[in-house]
Design a protein. Structure first.
Length: 117
């Protein structure tokens, strides 16, 4: 029982260091990309590190935050389930029309296209 405060302290220190490194890394990436591209392309002023971190935070708030960190396949399962429901509700004619419409699209082409003669 005496070890829990030490473990919690170590975990908190690790989390703080990790977040500091992540913010510094992404902040510098935004800083360098902004200062390299934006003044040249659009005539905007260079920004400081803290402005880059603020811009990064604003973009996370506006465009969905940490949704890319839910693990592999998070959104894919939901999409696949919805698509399966729609497929089951389609008539055979609607299914054939859908397959015809998808024939020219990416990986769907290789599974549904007829073999060449």
């Amino acid at each position: 029982m005496r070890r829990w405060p030490i473990r919690i302290t170590k975990i908190l220190v690790f989390v703080i260091l990790f977040l500091t490194i992540v913010i510094a890394g992404f902040g510098n990436a935004v800083l360098y990309l902004w200062n390299w591209l934006m003044p040249e392309l659009f005539g905007l002023h260079p920004i400081s590190f803290w402005q880059a971190v603020g811009l990064l935070g604003l973009s996370w708030v506006l465009f969905g935050g940490w949704r890319g960190f839910h693990g592999r396949g998070y959104g894919g399962r939901r999409w696949r389930h919805r698509m399966a429901e729609r497929w089951m509700e389609m008539t055979p004619e609607e299914r054939e029309k859908f397959v015809e419409g998808m024939r020219g699209c990416g990986s769907f082409r290789s599974r549904t296209a007829e073999p060449e003669k």
